[in-house]
Design a protein around this ligand. Sequence first.
Ligand code: TYD
Length: 218
Amino acid sequence: MGKGLFISFEGCEGSGKTTQAEKLFSYLKKLHYDCLLTHEPGGTIVSEKIRRILLHHSNSSLYPLTELFLYLASRSQHTDELILPAIKKGTIVISDRYTDSSLAYQGVARNLSLELVHNLNRIATGGIIPDITFLIDIDPEKGLKRLKGKDRIENEEVVFHRKVREAYLNIAKKRKKRIKVINGEKSENVIFSEIIKITRLHPWFRGKLKHNLQGVEK
Ligand code: TYD
């Protein structure tokens, strides 16, 4: 792809992916990398408006296809307005959720077909794919217990969330090179060291990491 590096975080509700995305962002910032932390649905003014529609309890009448198109609309705007320009200028972009969320939630758990969502994802993103995806895997029941309040999607039955988890694991099996499955039941610090190890091994850091690490990790 372009000059930057694109990292996404995926996982079921309460998997701890947001905490890990934030930790990776701070870590890379401390090493003086130009870094951007963003999330889906949302990330831009328009996409945040779409997010409000998607997650508000009062919108329980949303049909699965409408829901899919809204996630895609949010993603298309987010990609063109924020992600692509950042990657083009060499930034490390970390997104809390991206295309794999739609594959797992809408493609499988909502039964809309993986192929359909895959094709629409390609249109919405112009074909960009994260360089590394961390799938923080956790038993959905344990994850749901960690949540404080619940939005429209989080309010779904446990069976829905089990389908999401299975879908994620199957997607990861088919894309082993990109998607790294991390056991989300380990401690926060153990998970984080695995994430750093994998990130630093990415070829993008070759020749760059050493330089940046000097001066910070002494
Ligand atoms: P959010 O509050 O961002 O929570 P989380 O910490 O779980 O990411 O909620 C986003 C919700 O939207 C979450 O339940 C997953 C769902 N989602 C989809 O169903 N499809 C998608 O394409 C995306 C990006 C998110």
